[in-house]
Every structure is written in structure tokens, then in C-alpha cells.
Design a protein around this ligand. Structure first.
Ligand code: NAG
Length: 312
């Protein structure tokens, strides 16, 4: 009896094990398009990080290969080659024509790569921070082009319609945004339309309240609570969080190796295995963020800047 109970418990804990991964854009830090070799290289480095096993999942922002109008991103084939799970992304802030091209690329991959690809897909995100960028806060921060809640709802309906009858039909559709955008009343329809809510939050950037590293864990979970307040009990996946090793002071938040390490330990280690989590990030690659570094490894290799071992 005991051993049976124990094995049922073991099965239950296997069933709830959550994905761990990083975020991957379609270009490198120098603006060069990422190709298959880049993605294979990063995915293998992520899986063999010293002190942090199990980072076998990748979140993408777009399904289109950089430099092409509508060809599938080479990360899809790289995921097959490296046995990496994918949280697929569709870029939703560049208008209807681009969303159609995103879908075209995704559906072509499903057709041509077949189950080798679709079996690796854990979900599809329709957009990333589009609601934030179109919110008063995003506009004030000159965050760039976004999309409204009504537009994202329309795109979600379109994606659901188009994946019907393909190998992607059963994949949970979500959307990724900041908690400040999720809680706006005009975005409630998006929260209703998705199967999971992607939560991006960086206590480092939230400088309108006390945001020193000492407060970071409490601030992070308060932000998650805000997104959960509109999720109707649906899962909230942590799609981006991290703390910079280098960068300017942000309110009382200091970018440093020590604080980056502490945030990994206090926030990262509390999430890994407990919730689907995509850390920001493995490699610096944001051409708009040259004065700040969130990377946990240097460009040349996967030797972490600090000890990644979780202490509990
Ligand atoms: C691929 O990864 C999954 C976990 O995501 C694992 O269960 C499986 O054994 C791996 N397959 C191979 C061939 O390594």
C-alpha cells in the first residue's frame, strides 16, 4: 500500500513539473539575424548550464525568420534538433498583415515539419506586451507600437480558427503582458479569451514604489497577484523576469552582480519547477538596451556570471 501511494505521489509530482527556459529574440546583440546554428548553440548551452539543469524550453517572440517576410523561424528546426520545448510567439504589434504572415509561417512549419515540431509546442502566445505599449503608461514611456485589447482579441480568434485541423489545434493559446496592462478594464476580454496569461515583471524597473533588492521578492509576488486577480483561476506563466547585472540605478534598485544573483536565488529558485518560467535572460540581445545587461552568461560561452545552484 505504502509503495503504491508513494508511486502515485511520484507520478503526480512528475505530472505537475513545470517548464524552465529563457526568452529568445530573432536577432543577436549586433542586430544580425539569428540562424539555425545560433539557436542550436543557445538551446544546447541552456540545457547544459552549470548548476542549473533542466532549462530545456524556449520562448519566442515571433514565428517569422528574421530577414524574410513569412518563412518559419529557424528556432523551430533547432528545437527539434536539440529536443527543446517551445512557447511559440506571434508578433502582434505590427498590424494585421504581419499577424497573417506570422500565422503563415507557423502553419507552414506545422505542415512541413509535422509532429516533430508540433509535439515540441507547449503553447502559442498571441503577442507580447502589446497592451502595455498601447496603454497610457507605455505611451508615456515611448515604448513603441502596440495593439489594443480589441485587436488582440481579434487576433486570438483568428489564430484559433486557423489552427483548427492542424497539429497545433490542441495547443493552449495565451497572451504575454505586464501586470499593469492585464489589470486594465479594457483588456478584460483578452484575459477571458486566453487559456493562460503570460506575466512579465521586473521589480528593478518599477521605480514608482520602493524597489530595492530587499523588496524585490515581495514586489514580484505582489505583481503576480495583480495578474492573478484577472485570470479567473487560469494559469499565470512567468514569461519574463530577471534583474540586471549592469545598468543605471532605477529608483532604489541597483544593478549589480550581487543583486542579480540574489534575485535568481530568491525569485528564480522559488519559481523553477513550481510554475512555467522563462528567465530574462541567457544572452544579451536587445539592441534597444545597450546600457543594461540581464544576461546570466557572456556571449562567448555558457559559464554563468554567478553560481546558479538553487539552495533550497
Ligand atoms: C526530450 O526531452 C524530454 C523532456 O522535455 C524528455 O522526456 C525526453 O526523454 C527527451 N528525449 C530525448 C530523445 O532526449
Amino acid at each position: 500500500m505504502w509503495s503504491k501511494a508513494a508511486s502515485i505521489l511520484a507520478l503526480a509530482s512528475v505530472a505537475v513539473a513545470q517548464s524552465k527556459g529563457f526568452n529568445y529574440g530573432s536577432t543577436n546583440a549586433d542586430g544580425r539575424c539569428r540562424g539555425p546554428d545560433d539557436f542550436v548553440h543557445f538551446f544546447n548551452e541552456a540545457k547544459s548550464l552549470p548548476g542549473a539543469p533542466g532549462f530545456n524550453t524556449a520562448r519566442l517572440y515571433t514565428s517569422i525568420q528574421c530577414g524574410t517576410p513569412d518563412y518559419p523561424i529557424s528556432a523551430f528546426q533547432a528545437a527539434i534538433d536539440t529536443n527543446t520545448t517551445l512557447l511559440v510567439g506571434l508578433w502582434a504589434s505590427a498590424g494585421r498583415d504581419v499577424i497573417e504572415n506570422e500565422l503563415k509561417a507557423l502553419l507552414r512549419a506545422a505542415r512541413e515539419l509535422g509532429p516533430a515540431f508540433t509535439d515540441k509546442v507547449m503553447g502559442i502566445s498571441v503577442g507580447s506586451e502589446d497592451l502595455y505599449r498601447s496603454s497610457p503608461q507605455g505611451v508615456a514611456n515611448k515604448a513603441g507600437a502596440g495593439a489594443t485589447g480589441a485587436e488582440i482579441e481579434g487576433y486570438i480568434a483568428r489564430v484559433k480558427d486557423q489552427i483548427r485541423g492542424t497539429g497545433l489545434e490542441s495547443k493552449p493559446i495565451g497572451h504575454v503582458d505586464t501586470w499593469t496592462a492585464w489589470v486594465l478594464p479594457e483588456n478584460r476580454g483578452v484575459a477571458k479569451a486566453v487559456s493562460w496569461l503570460g506575466h512579465n515583471s521586473f521589480p528593478y524597473f518599477e521605480n514608482t514604489r520602493p524597489n530595492a533588492i530587499d523588496e524585490a521578492q515581495a514586489n514580484f509576488y505582489a505583481a503576480v497577484g495583480q495578474t492573478e486577480s484577472v485570470s479567473d483561476g487560469k494559469p499565470v506563466w512567468i514569461t519574463e523576469t530577471g534583474w540586471p547585472r549592469l545598468g543605471p540605478k532605477s529608483g532604489s534598485a541597483v544593478a549589480s552582480l550581487e543583486n542579480s544573483k540574489r534575485y535568481w536565488q530568491e525569485v528564480g529558485c522559488s519559481l523553477f519547477g513550481a510554475r512555467n518560467t522563462f528567465w530574462y535572460t541567457l544572452k544579451d540581445a536587445n539592441v534597444a538596451q545597450t546600457d543594461i545587461s540581464f544576461a546570466i552568461t557572456p556571449p562567448q560561452n555558457n559559464t554563468p556570471f554567478f553560481d546558479l545552484t538553487c539552495h533550497k
